[in-house]
Each structure stands twice: as structure tokens, then as C-alpha cells.
Design a protein around this ligand. Structure first.
Ligand code: CTP
Ligand code: MG
Length: 236
């Protein structure tokens, strides 16, 4: 069976500040989404990439894909996304052909993930794990708070032991049937911030494999500075 990558790219990018939808903004002259598509297509195992475009931007994304050099061996499909990441991923899953057995879900906002990380995730799914997540140890100590009124100091509830925490990345890899079941069971409004979280709610096992520093998510303006620096280092 085939391995496909679904790329949710329908977000606005509010935290990045005003401008075009985040996935369409340029990094080193090339839209972030194109970097992310190339990162998935760089894996020999990935034969299909489904891009979930901004709801009113599917035509523009199709044009972008046509205008940039992409591997011939990979098929590309574009579908319009939804109001939340979870809905966008679901719309991408609905577009998968029947012969896809393994699905990667990869944020367009992680344009620089190395192919070795992608292949490591796929390999772990092939070895039998229904859900595989690339992750790294957490650098900062993390506090759990009781959210209060905006502008007021927040009371701390707990400090989880840092050594047991991991920051998770994408691509997350899944047995297709498991991921479809997880999204089918998901309650809208009780949104999970990642796909593996939905699989956990099914009671199915989720495992972590090593992530990569360069798989960081472009979220705030400083992340653009880091992404440009990584690309400059790759060119050097
Ligand atoms: N995403 C999506 N559909 C949505 C919201 C998010 O496909 N309705 C995608 C984003 O395009 C991104 C990924 O989910 O590739 C991770 O989300 P995030 O980093 O939060 O991006 P945005 O939601 O665009 O950013 P922000 O939360 O700052 O608005
Ligand atoms: Mg978001």
C-alpha cells in the first residue's frame, strides 16, 4: 500500500502577525508551504501529498504547486481546509485514495524538517506502531497554571518533572485506519492540538521517535529569523 502525507496549511498565522496566510509567506523567496511539500516529497516512501489549503485559497495553492519544481514520482492533491486544524486534517484524510495504508500529517508551519526524521517516522509505523510522533526533550521548565483574568498574575498549580516531558513535532505517522477512527471519534470543540492526541483518546498506543531541532514550528516572528538562518546555513 502507499504512504501519503497530509499537510494542513489552512491556518491564518495570527501569532506571526498581519499578512498573507502563514503557509503562503515566503522563506528565502519560496512559500513556506512549498518548503514543507518538498520536505515530504523528499522521502522516497511518500508517493502522494495532500495539501489542505486556506478555505478560499485552493486555486492559489494549485498554481503554486504547478509553478515550483517538485519530484515527478509524487502525486499532489489540493483540498480547501476548515476553521480548525483538526477539521483541516479531517478534510485532508477524506481526500485519500483507497490504496493509502500509512498517513503522515505534517504542519506546513514546519517547513524545514529533515528527510531522515520523515523516514524515521515512516519506518516506525511500518514496524507496527499505529501512531508515531517525533519529539525532543523540553529545554524550559514548564508550569501548569490556573488561567485567571487577563493581565493578572497566574497562580501555579504544578511543575511537571521536566525529564519526563517531550515537545512534539510533525510529521506524525499513522496506520491510516487508526487515524481515521481517531478523527471520527473526535468531539468538535474538544480540539486536540495534535493528531496523536486523538489516537490516545481511543486508548491506542502512541510512541515517540527522535525529532529534530530543524523541525521547529514557525509560529512567531522570531521563528522566521531562525528559519532564514537555517536555510542560509544549508546553502553555505
Ligand atoms: N491549520 C490548518 N487549518 C486551520 C488552522 C491551522 O490547516 N484552521 C494548520 C496551519 O496552517 C499550520 C498547522 O495547522 O500549518 C499548525 O497550526 P499553527 O502553527 O497554529 O498555524 P496557524 O493556526 O496558522 O497559526 P496561529 O495559531 O498563530 O493563527
Ligand atoms: Mg493555530
Amino acid at each position: 500500500s502507499r504512504t501519503a502525507a497530509v499537510i494542513p496549511a489552512a491556518g491564518r498565522g495570527v501569532r506571526l502577525g498581519p499578512g498573507a496566510p502563514k503557509a503562503l509567506r515566503a522563506l528565502s523567496g519560496t512559500p513556506m508551504l512549498i518548503h514543507a511539500v518538498r520536505a515530504m516529497a523528499a522521502s522516497r516512501a511518500v508517493s502522494l501529498v495532500v495539501v489542505v489549503a486556506p478555505p478560499d485559497g485552493a486555486a492559489e495553492v494549485k498554481t503554486l504547486l504547478a509553478d515550483h519544481a517538485l519530484p515527478e514520482r509524487t502525486d499532489f492533491v489540493v483540498v480547501p481546509g476548515g476553521a480548525t486544524r483538526q477539521e483541516s486534517v479531517k478534510l485532508g484524510l477524506d481526500a485519500l485514495p483507497a490504496d493509502v495504508g500509512i498517513v503522515l500529517v505534517h504542519d506546513a508551519a514546519r517547513p524545514l524538517v529533515p528527510v531522515d526524521t520523515v523516514d524515521g517516522v515512516i519506518e516506525a509505523v511500518r514496524d507496527g506502531a499505529p501512531a508515531v510522533v517525533p519529539a525532543l526533550p523540553v529545554a524550559d521548565t514548564v508550569k501548569e497554571v490556573e488561567p485567571g483574568a487577563p493581565g493578572e498574575p497566574e497562580p501555579v498549580v504544578a511543575t511537571p518533572e521536566r525529564a519526563r516531558l517531550r515537545a512534539v513535532q510533525t510529521p506524525q505517522g499513522f496506520d491510516r485506519a487508526t487515524l481515521v477512527r481517531a478523527h471520527g471519534a473526535a468531539v468538535v470543540g474538544e480540539g486536540a492540538t495534535d493528531d496523536a492526541g486523538l489516537v490516545e483518546r481511543l486508548g491506542e498506543p502512541v510512541v515517540l521517535v527522535p525529532g529534530h531541532e530543524e523541525a521547529f514550528k514557525v509560529t512567531r516572528p522570531l521563528d522566521l529569523v531562525l528559519a532564514e538562518a537555517v536555510l542560509a546555513r544549508r546553502r553555505a
